[in-house]
Write a new protein. Structure first.
Length: 330
């Protein structure tokens, strides 16, 4: 009788254990509609600036570009995240669009970064003395699945199209006004120190099938300027990339040898906008050794709540505010 009772207890305990393990495994594999923000990698924004055709002035200090890491959560990870003062937990709908896949989310953030770096170049050039330099037309991108994309490269300077000199983006449309989709045009470019010529078949706009285009995106610049953010996405590096471009192209040293981090979107007028994950970026900046951190004015109060030691937070509403701060460093 005792043996049977003991055997029954063993079976009951085993069943209970099996049930608990099953619940744990089930719960572990069911994501909650939550995302955790934690401090992400830090990089030097000046090192991401790519320039060809003019002298560079590299800083003695550093301009740190900050990121955050986002992670989907199950119930156990959510409990751990809730107890970590450096992590913020947000509703997934505050970050992702409804039914947005991981790949769509990744592509959207990379496009936001592309737009942000293009704006950063515009803002930086408005603060640099380039009025005595005649601009050139550079390729900044190309449409997928077009003949041009197989031979032309980002950074190529367009010199001529069918014998017509190209000195402004408007010249391209004028040079093609007598062509139709399917026609072939001769495009001469400068790639580094080498001149190259290609015969390229013109494509057609989806919305206007009778209108020809080469299949490239172009921009007038005094010399080639680009930003290579790597795999980082989103718009929040706009401020630091604007400052980094100014830093490497203007004589002197904005940093005055200091290590300065920062974050914030930027528009074409130089206004600095709010970003997500500011508390995590404060933690990342101080861990990386920053002495100062530039913070959008609209994020300043939230930034003050992040765990922090001696690093000073500097609120800025515009790129001009940031430049004024640098002038006072000494």
């Amino acid at each position: 009788m005792n043996d049977q009772s003991g055997h029954g207890r063993v079976l009951t305990a085993a069943a209970a254990l099996f049930f608990v393990v099953g619940v744990v495994v089930f719960a572990w594999n069911i994501p909650l509609p939550l995302i955790a923000y934690s401090p992400g990698p830090v990089s030097d924004a000046a090192e991401a600036v790519v320039v060809d055709g003019t002298e560079l002035f590299l800083p003695e200090g550093e301009l740190m570009m900050l990121t955050i890491a986002g992670q989907d959560l199950n119930i156990f990870e959510a409990l751990v995240a809730a107890m970590d003062p450096t992590v913020d937990v947000l509703a997934r709908q505050a970050v992702r669009r409804p039914d947005e896949s991981d790949e769509a989310y990744r592509r959207r953030n990379l496009q936001l970064m592309d737009d942000s770096t293009a704006t950063a170049i515009t803002v930086a050039l408005s603060h640099l003395d380039v009025s005595n330099i005649d601009p050139s037309v550079f390729i900044t991108g190309y449409a997928a699945d077009t003949p041009a994309g197989s031979v032309l490269e980002i950074g190529d300077q367009i010199v001529e199209l069918d014998g017509v000199e190209i000195t402004a983006t408007e010249d391209l449309a004028e040079a093609m006004e007598d062509n139709a989709p399917g026609d072939t045009v001769a495009v001469e470019v400068e790639r580094g120190s080498e001149s190259m010529s290609f015969d390229i078949e013109l494509a057609a706009f989806d919305e206007e099938p009778e209108r020809p285009f080469i299949g490239i995106f172009v921009r007038s610049l005094p010399y080639w300027i680009d930003v290579d953010p790597g795999i980082v996405g989103g718009p929040s590096a706009g401020l630091m990339y604007s400052l980094a471009i100014i830093e490497v192209l203007a004589e002197g040293d904005l940093t005055s040898g200091h290590v300065i981090a920062g974050t914030g979107t930027v528009d074409t007028e130089g206004n600095v906008g709010a970003i997500g994950g500011v508390r995590q970026k404060v933690v990342a900046a101080e861990a990386a050794g920053a002495e100062y951190m530039l913070v959008p004015s609209s994020n300043y109060e939230a930034a003050l709540t992040a765990p922090r030691g001696s690093m000073e937070l500097v609120p800025v509403a515009t790129v001009e505010d940031a430049l004024a701060f640098f002038e006072g460093l000494g």
